[in-house]
Design a protein around this ligand. Structure first.
Ligand code: HDE
Length: 390
């Protein structure tokens, strides 16, 4: 296959720039040279402000039994339907090139490409969170990230500014227990639980609403490293978790997780003795058991890291009919923040047209234009309601 420019023009040579004589200088008219360098100069996009270091995998989700009693969500009705998914696991504090085995929370974000559009369950490997109100998120993240004057320490969650913040904000105590536990040193992404953290709602076809907490239970069980192993691995193989996930899938040993739900009747919420919309609290499994309702299988590695794992845009507001939000103030802040963040990170409002973000369900609306628009809209009526022929 011969090389071409971005315009498809065949290239005869890419190893020397065009020069008027043996000593040059390089000619401005060498359009291939200019294009090649320009494209290289612009290869980077901003890394995620949190969860910059991540690893992805493709797979599918299948429900065990119809969940019709609880939700009208189509992908939770039919056990014969395999809903494609893309999952991204991540650390939170470190930069894109930081080590995998640091002491940190792990992201467990799942994009379900359902027949009714995309559902993003953007969770963590711990069931609670540091704060109760999203307005404090920039503060907790600034405190845990490297200190601003010298940009140290990298990818750590036990340093002076972090202790300073958590000592002044008592609501962080529960989450700090989790972060200082073995859960912050997972053995593998394949051996990690996941949690939706917030209380969501299930809505059935009659319009009845119940509260729901989402869980992921790894079929390999939950396993951790010890601190000494984690520190040595961070030096010997900074890609330890990424490699483990990649190789398990390549070897035909796909990681599997069961989706669990804790369902809480609206009337029951007031009897629990704590606020169900407070993300620093969990619902004990002995009070409301976790019902395992389906299976997630990750059986295919991404083809290209940037195109898929880097460009995937999870948005908490992506829910399908039958799944809904609650008044949790942390969740409400996230409903704003994820869309907002993608606008800068992915360069404009058309990021849902990037292949990894594109829903499999048909898209039909009158949104238009903006940077990087791919869709070529036809017709003259770009508004609603409309009566004139298209
Ligand atoms: Fe996030 N979070 N978050 N977060 N979060 C982001 O979105 C934010 C929170 C989580 O693999 C950002 O696309 C706010 C809880 C994961 O691409 C950003 C608040 C939980 C990922 C953002 C929270 C999470 C993110 C950065 C407080 C667990 C990585 C880049 C209200 C339930 C997803 C991006 C991936 C990423 C904001 C709290 C999980 C800035 C404002 C609680 C797994 O939008």
């Amino acid at each position: 296959m011969h090389l071409t420019t971005d315009q498809g023009i065949p290239l005869s040579h890419t190893d020397d720039s065009l020069r008027p004589g043996p000593r040059g200088p390089t000619l401005l008219e060498d359009f291939h040279f200019r294009e090649k360098l320009t494209r290289f100069d612009h290869e980077r996009i901003p890394e995620r402000v949190v969860h910059a270091r991540g690893s992805g995998a493709h797979g599918y989700f299948q429900v065990y039994e119809p969940l019709t009693r609880y939700t009208k969500a189509k992908f939770l009705q039919d056990p014969s339907i395999k809903t494609p998914v893309f999952v991204r696991f991540s650390t939170v504090a470190g930069s894109r090139g930081s080590a995998d085995t640091v002491r940190d929370v792990r992201g467990f974000a799942v994009k379900f490409y359902t027949q009714e559009g995309n559902f993003d369950l953007v969770g963590n490997n711990m069931p609670v969170f540091f704060i109760q109100d999203g307005i404090k998120f920039p503060d907790v993240v600034h405190a845990v990230k490297p200190e601003p004057h010298h940009e140290m320490p990298q990818a750590a969650s036990a340093h002076d500014s972090f202790w300073d913040f958590v000592s002044l904000v008592p609501e962080t105590a529960h989450m700090v227990m989790w972060v200082m536990s073995d859960r912050a040193l997972p053995r593998s992404y394949r051996m990690m639980e996941g949690f939706g953290v917030h209380t969501f709602r299930f809505i059935n076809a009659e319009g009845k609403s119940r509260f729901v907490k989402f869980h992921w239970k790894p079929l390999l069980g939950v396993h951790s490293l010890v601190w000494d192993e984690a520190q040595k691995l961070a030096g010997k193989d900074p890609d330890f978790h990424r490699r483990d996930l990649w190789e398990a899938i390549e070897m035909g040993d796909p990681p599997e997780y069961e989706l669990g739900v804790q369902i809480i009747e609206e009337e029951q919420a007031d009897t629990l003795g704590f606020d169900l919309f407070d993300a620093t609290k969990l619902v004990p499994e002995e009070v409301v058991p976790v019902k395992r309702v389906g299976k997630l299988v990750l059986h295919r590695n991404p083809t290209n890291f940037f195109a898929e794992t880097e460009q995937v845009a999870f948005c908490v507001q992506n829910v399908v009919p039958g799944i809904d939000f609650t008044n949790d103030p942390l969740m409400q802040a996230r409903l704003f923040s994820y869309l907002d963040t993608q606008l800068t990170r992915l360069g404009g409002p058309n990021f849902a047209e990037i292949p990894i973000n594109r829903p499999l369900a048909p898209v039909h609306n009158h949104q238009q234009d903006g940077f990087h628009r791919h869709t070529i809209d036809a017709g003259r009526a770009n508004y609603h309601p409309q009566a004139i022929p298209a």
